[in-house]
Design a protein around this ligand. Structure first.
Ligand SMILES: Nc1ncnc2c1ncn2[C@@H]1O[C@H](COP(=O)(O)OP(=O)(O)OP(=O)(O)O)[C@@H](O)[C@H]1O
Length: 589
């Protein structure tokens, strides 16, 4: 998968794709009754609104010349009633459509978030997290206006247009024809602007994404930034990134608003044209009242047309965002269940790697024909230089990535032939970078098994020697920690995620640098406590400190994605090879 970074624009999809709009309709469909009621209300409102010029025509041509005061009062009464009806309908529309628009947005966001939860590690490896965030938050928000107002408005405006043209035709068909003269000009302008607008909004969405990615990255790395006094340099980079966003925004707005003056100019020209033609036709079947009413309708005619133009703009804008939203929803998890995958039954914990070849990128070869066999209950330690492939090996057992070739079997079953949840449920994984979620310490440990009782959580914490420090906190297990656990020390975070992995009661336990930041005294106590707990479970332990793995059943020495040596601590020392060298170098320190 191609990698992206904060200052690299994502690929733009060039053609306008109707399919995106059709997919949006799927989200709109459940609310069709509400939308229909609102449309009906709006149609009523536009009818009420449109009678205005007709009433004026009546007044000028009939009631005023005949000094019919009561007739004028009746017309005024109808006008006021029409205005009140319009007001009530508008209020209803605003409430109903805000509700519906927000419900649709909630549904899209829910689907997007749920889908993101399923995507594989490789998806998250390949792009800045800020760019993913911007899709769920900002891009979905950008649809708000289109969904709350746009769709209803366009239906109402189309209807208004029909009614207006009907009124105009009933007043004077010839003048109506003249009034339409500006129409082809407008269609031409819209066509001319179409591509420029789409491109401008796409670029803007990219720049927004870049800016978000940089902000996200900068906040995540703020401690390093301050430690290296990089604040000014970062501010400069940010200024560039946000400058690009500003320029693309200005360009998008410039192109966006080109349509408005076009509509305004065309409508003014049309009205002037009609005045000239109309005045010359007065007496020839055209009355003053009908000319005034006609011009009133022409002004009204261009307003819905401008709104439709605006809706078109909004769609073009939304397309740039919809494209990204649906692209994310269409992203297939790189690791998926095979079509006939079955549940992995309760395992004993035998693990076998058979000639496993793997690379994160297609051209890479990180693991090169790795083969080993682990019996249930064995403790396997993986040692080797930084970047040699230890974490990669253990992440393949949980199928976080799919292997290029070879086979990984658990209890003789190929892990590619079983469902992913049934496999992962039986694993307790403690990743190298222990993550703490916002919430209490109790919640964080319970993440390993949601139905665990408080007692079981405390039991797990005791087993990994975390109980002592937790009980010393003011609120004990109920202490609130923030995301990433910044209120805790690295060792404390490790202990919590260790307890979390253990609580899952897995048959296979994977501990990647689980105790690297824990003091030796706590670690010794922890190892003692774990001896009974690990009994019968297969465990994989990655450690740089060799003192922690001396009791392992077998040690695998990894170098450049290959197993160079394997055996017990004593056997490897006697062999005087790689492991012996590493051991000697650590002893010398
Ligand atoms: N997500 C990834 N995408 C691409 N390459 C990766 C990824 N993770 C690791 N690598 C590469 O794979 C190789 C093996 O990495 P791995 O994390 O397995 O090493 P390790 O032995 O666990 O190292 P350490 O002791 O530093 O944790 C390294 O060269 C690394 O650059």
């Amino acid at each position: 998968m191609a990698r992206n970074k904060f200052d690299v624009d994502e690929d733009l999809e060039s053609p306008f794709r109707l399919v995106h709009f059709q997919r949006l309709l799927v989200y709109i469909k459940p609310y069709k009754t509400k939308i229909l009621i609102t449309v009906l209300m709006m149609l009523l409102a536009s009818c009420a609104n449109l009678v205005g010029p007709y009433l004026i025509k009546q007044a000028i041509d009939k009631e005023i010349p005949t000094k019919d005061i009561s007739g004028l009062f009746i017309l005024a009464g109808i006008y006021i009633l029409a205005l009140i009806t319009t007001g009530i309908c508008m209020k209803f529309r605003i409430r109903m459509m805000s509700q519906t628009g927000q419900s649709i947005i909630r549904d899209i966001r829910k689907d997007l978030f749920t889908h993101l939860q399923k995507l594989s590690f490789s998806f998250y490896d390949s792009r800045p997290h800020g760019k993913i965030l911007v899709r769920v938050v900002n891009y979905v928000n950008s649809l708000s206006d289109l969904l709350s107002n746009g769709i209803i408005n366009v239906i109402t405006d189309l209807f208004s247009l029909l009614v207006i043209v009907g009124f105009m035709l009933s007043i004077d068909p010839k003048l109506t024809l003249y009034a339409m003269a500006g129409f082809p000009v407008l269609a031409g302008v819209i066509l001319l602007l179409k591509n420029a607008q789409r491109k401008a909004w796409q670029i803007l969405s990219n720049k927004q994404s870049n800016m978000n990615a940089y902000i996200h990255e900068s906040i995540s790395g703020i401690k390093v930034t301050q430690a290296f006094s990089r604040e000014e340099e970062n501010a400069r980079i940010f200024s560039d990134v946000s400058g690009s966003y500003r320029s693309s925004w200005m360009r998008a707005i410039k192109v966006h608003f080109l349509l408005w003056p076009a509509i305004e100019n065309i409508s003014v020209l049309t009205v002037s044209f009609i005045y000239i033609i109309g005045v010359s036709m007065i007496g020839d079947g055209v009355t003053v009242g009908s000319l005034v009413a006609f011009v009133g309708y022409i002004w009204m005619f261009w307003t819905p047309l401008a709104n439709i133009g605006n809706f078109y703009n909004a769609i073009i804008n939304a397309m740039a965002y919809l494209e990204r939203i649906f692209e994310t929803m269409d992203e297939k998890p790189a690791v998926t269940d095979a079509p006939n995958a079955k549940e992995l039954p309760a395992i004993q914990g035998r693990v076998e790697f058979k000639d496993v070849v793997f690379g994160y990128e297609e051209a890479d070869r990180i693991l090169d024909n790795v083969s080993f066999n682990v019996e249930p209950g064995d403790t396997i330690a993986l040692v080797g230089a930084t970047g040699s492939g230890k974490t990669t090996i253990v992440s393949l057992i949980s199928r976080f990535y799919d292997i290029t070739s070879g086979k990984i079997e658990i209890d003789g079953t190929d892990i590619n032939s079983v469902t992913i949840p049934s496999l992962r449920r039986q694993m307790g994984v403690m990743l190298q970078d222990p993550f703490i979620f916002s919430g209490t310490i109790m919640d964080n440990i319970r993440y390993g098994r949601l139905d665990a009782t408080d007692e079981e959580v405390i039991e797990a914490a005791k087993a990994v020697q975390a109980h002592q420090f937790i009980s010393q906190l003011k609120d004990g297990y109920q202490t609130e920690v923030n995301e990433r656990g910044t209120r805790l020390s690295t060792g404390q975070r490790q202990l919590i995620s260790f307890a979390r992995a253990l609580l899952a009661d897995p048959r296979i336990l994977i501990l990647d640098e689980a105790t690297s930041s824990i003091d030796t005294e706590t670690e010794l106590a922890l190892q003692k406590g774990l001896e009974t707990l690990l009994e019968g479970r297969t465990s994989f332990i990655i450690a740089h400190r060799l003192s922690t793995i001396q009791n392992a059943t077998r040690i695998l020495f990894i170098d450049k994605g290959r197993i160079m040596e394997e055996g017990s601590h004593q056997e490897l020392l006697q062999r005087r090879g790689y492991y012996w060298k590493l051991h000697a170098s650590q002893k010398a320190v």
